[in-house]
Design a protein around this ligand. Structure first.
Ligand code: KG4
Ligand code: ZN
Length: 342
């Protein structure tokens, strides 16, 4: 068959998600169901792993049923089950992957244990016409890295944050300025009202070669500025948000330029493409500066629709399809892994 219909399951963080995707010839998302746990975690100012795992257990069956219903699928229509097997919060990963194994066993289907990062890495091939190799910039609450994607299962991490992930830096910055969780969208909203020239924050690590990044120092610098002005008024918060967002955008744009240079030396003659994924990709200023960096370097810039950029199960189903198209997969003996570099 040129097409496979795969049920995907994602539970590695605070989203319980299931989806049915058909491909690779068709590239059709038949359903993409997501239940966010943000409400459960808001009062704690971040994701609480134990609460997350319990919430996944409670709702996963219903989410899977919903995804199957919406796709109009029975088990006979499904060729395989793909589920995130790591990396992530281990309680949630266990819930999702073990549920997937149980379904696979009961329905007599093969199971694919998908690396969550591989899901992000391959999504753009579901939404766009994109050949290997390409560059991926993954910017989420848990990850900030540049990947060279050479093929399915063939990834090279070119650079990463040496401390906080970018989304984490946004969330911590929001918290110290008294903005709600998750902080990214609130920082962006405040930044729009801010004067970007009032505060000057550092561009950490940019004086060093390579593609690594650092964001913890930025947050510390911001705290120092805020402390001097206490109590901070609304306008100061907006100005600090604007300065923070500009710093992050500048760092990402500079590192993107270097990543594109590196890509050209590795793959001369191939027009570079850079794909952005992760929740931080929702940030308009960051998007714009990445787009500008790509255009400057005559590279393609691909930002999949946000519901596929943030955690979802369609990307897991699609990664399953990409793996299955290369040959049979049987991950029944694979164990869930909290850490699993690509
Ligand atoms: O990919 P994602 O939904 O979940 C994982 O972390 O896996 O990313 C969530 C992160 C949070 O840290 C959130 O604050 C950040 O993405 N985020 C943003 C924006 N929207 C979400 N950061 C900056 N600007 C935004 N508009
Ligand atoms: Zn993710």
């Amino acid at each position: 068959a040129t097409n496979l219909t795969v049920l995907g399951i994602e539970t590695s963080c605070d989203e319980t998600a299931a989806a049915v995707v058909c491909g690779p010839a068709h590239k059709k998302i038949l359903s993409n169901t997501i239940r966010s746990q943000i409400d459960e975690h808001t009062e704690f100012g971040g994701v609480v792993p134990e609460i997350a795992a319990r919430a996944h257990i409670e709702i996963l069956d219903r989410i899977v049923a919903e995804a199957m219903n919406e796709a109009g699928c029975g088990w006979d229509d499904i060729d395989a089950i793909a589920a995130t097997a790591g990396p992530g919060l281990i309680g949630g990963v266990i819930v999702g992957f073990m549920t997937a194994k149980a379904i696979a066993m009961a329905a007599g289907k093969p199971i694919v244990g998908v690396n969550h990062l591989e899901g992000h890495a391959l999504t753009a091939r579901l939404t766009d016409d994109l050949e290997f190799p390409f560059l991926l910039l993954l910017v989420s609450g848990g990850h900030s890295q540049f990947l060279l994607v050479r093929g399915v299962g063939d990834y090279e991490r070119l650079g990463t944050t040496i401390d906080d992930a970018i989304g984490e830096a946004f969330d911590k910055t929001a918290k110290l300025l008294g903005l709600p969780y998750p902080g990214g969208p609130h920082v962006e909203k405040m930044a729009a009202k801010g004067d970007v020239s009032r505060f000057r924050l550092p561009r950490p690590l940019l004086d060093r070669p390579g593609l690594d990044m650092s964001f913890a120092g930025l947050k510390t610098a911001l705290r120092t500025q805020a402390k001097k002005l206490e109590p901070v008024d609304e306008q100061t918060i907006a100005d600090l948000c604007a300065a923070f967002q500009r710093s992050v955008s500048d760092v990402l744009a500079a590192r993107t330029r270097s990543a594109l240079d590196l890509f050209r030396t590795r793959h001369p003659g191939v027009k570079p493409a850079i794909v952005v994924a992760g929740g931080v990709a929702a940030n308009q200023e960051i998007r714009n500066s990445l787009l500008a960096a790509a255009e400057e370097a005559d590279a393609r810039f691909i930002a999949p629709p946000m519901r596929l950029c943030t955690d979802n199960a369609a990307m897991i189903a699609w990664a399953g399809i990409e793996r299955l198209r290369l040959g049979p997969v049987d991950d029944m003996s694979l164990s869930p892994r909290p850490r699993w570099p690509l």
